[in-house]
Write a protein that binds this ligand. Structure first.
Ligand code: NAI
Ligand code: MG
Length: 356
């Protein structure tokens, strides 16, 4: 089994080092090979996703990814921006299903922006489609407005699109995931306004016929945004498109206290996956040794479970994380009175110590 380790930029290198430490402590004999990605790769090799990095990822059973990006690259042309690395990896590895669990740990209910009773025991799973939608639809660009009140004025446009096979495969993934959990799927759309999402709703409904044991409901995205802060525990699995999933998963992240706690997995249909924290490279705290490594460590647990057939080792990591929280150890993002503030390394060391 081979793991491609791509730390990336900003806090990426700090948090991935801790996850690698945890994986090594399990002593499962994985081969781990590291490569540059994002801004770090652009600086060294002139491209955010060099050929050698892509090849390593393609040959690996799983990719452990940190984060990419920094404001200093904002002026670069789009193709050379660090974020293109993650889009390129998703595309080349055909990673179409993004799993973002939002779990509120018992000890962190007070860290949520919501009242503790609304989030205590929260355990929902957002499944975001990753290959379609307005992020990739063609045509896109800038032009002189062809019609309307501002005809001739400069304008920009993107295209929202989804094909039937794209919707079918993500719907299957969602229903199958729900079978192993609370047996309920909420499909989030904007069918009242957008043809793309009327189609989405129709296809999800069709696929649902094959899963009579799973409950399906449909919700408009604006209502879903409200319900997530009003009664988040009413959800089990949420399945939605690329853009709505991007936004709703960050919203759900906040319910749990800190984005520094939230792992994610992006999977293809060959069990190969890319595992990364839900957050970005946090340039505001990079290099200070204060970032929370738990999202990345929990991503490594998801990697063991989904791509490497090591469910037991995944459980061990998740238990160790709960244990260090119970011990009262907290990085700055989740720190509160009466708990012990630790840095990135101490947190990683504590998880390793609990594993043993
Ligand atoms: P961000 O997630 O990097 O940071 C948002 C806020 O959360 C910041 O205040 C940051 O300090 C805090 N934060 C994030 N992770 C944390 C952790 N592990 N521990 C403690 N605090 C943490 O999002 P932002 O600021 O919008 O973007 C920064 C850069 O990251 C940009 O260049 C953006 O493009 C990139 N980015 C990359 C992603 C990826 O690599 N998949 C995903 C999202 C953003
Ligand atoms: Mg996002």
């Amino acid at each position: 089994m081979k793991i491609a380790v791509l730390p990336g930029d900003g806090i990426g290198t700090e948090i991935v080092a801790e996850a690698v430490k945890v994986l090594r402590a399990l002593d499962l004999g994985f081969e781990m090979e590291e490569a540059l990605v994002g801004g770090a790769a652009y600086e060294a090799q002139g491209h955010p996703l060099p050929e050698s990095t892509l090849k390593l990822a393609q040959q690996a059973d799983a990719v452990l990814f940190g984060a990419v990006g920094d404001w200093k690259y904002d002026k670069l042309e789009r193709a050379l921006r660090p974020e293109q690395a993650i889009l390129g990896l998703r595309k080349h590895l055909q990673l179409f299903a993004n799993f973002r669990p939002a779990i509120c740990y018992e000890q962190l209910t007070h860290a949520s922006s919501l009242k503790p009773e609304l989030v205590a025991g929260l355990d929902i799973l957002i499944i975001r489609e990753l290959t379609g939608d307005i992020y990739f639809g063609q045509p896109r660009g800038r032009r002189a407005s062809p019609d309307g009140a501002f005809q001739g004025a400069p304008e920009a446009f993107d295209t929202m699109r989804y094909s039937r096979p794209e919707i079918e495969r993500i719907a299957h993934v969602a229903f199958q995931a729900a079978r192993k959990r609370g047996k309920k799927v909420t499909s989030v759309d904007k069918a009242n306004v957008l043809e793309t999402f009327q189609f989405w709703k129709d296809v999800v409904t069709e696929v649902h016929a094959q899963y009579p044991d799973v409950e399906l409901d449909h919700m408009y995205v604006d209502n879903a945004a409200m319900q997530l802060v009003k009664a988040p525990k009413n959800f089990d699995v949420i399945v939605t498109g690329n853009m709505f999933g991007d936004i709703l998963s960050d919203e759900a992240a906040m319910l749990t206290g800190s984005i520094g706690m939230l792992p994610s997995a992006s999977l293809n249909d060959r069990k190969q996956g890319l595992y990364e924290p839900s957050h970005g490279s946090a340039p505001d705290i990079a290099g200070q040794g204060v970032a929370n490594p738990l999202a990345t460590i929990l991503s490594a647990a998801m990697m063991l479970r989904f791509s490497l057939d090591q469910a037991e080792a995944a459980d061990r990591i998740e238990r160790a994380v709960k244990d260090v929280l119970a011990q009262g150890l907290r990085t700055a993002d989740i720190h509160s009175e009466g708990t012990t503030r630790v840095g990135t390394k101490e947190m990683g060391d504590a998880v390793v110590a609990r594993l043993k």
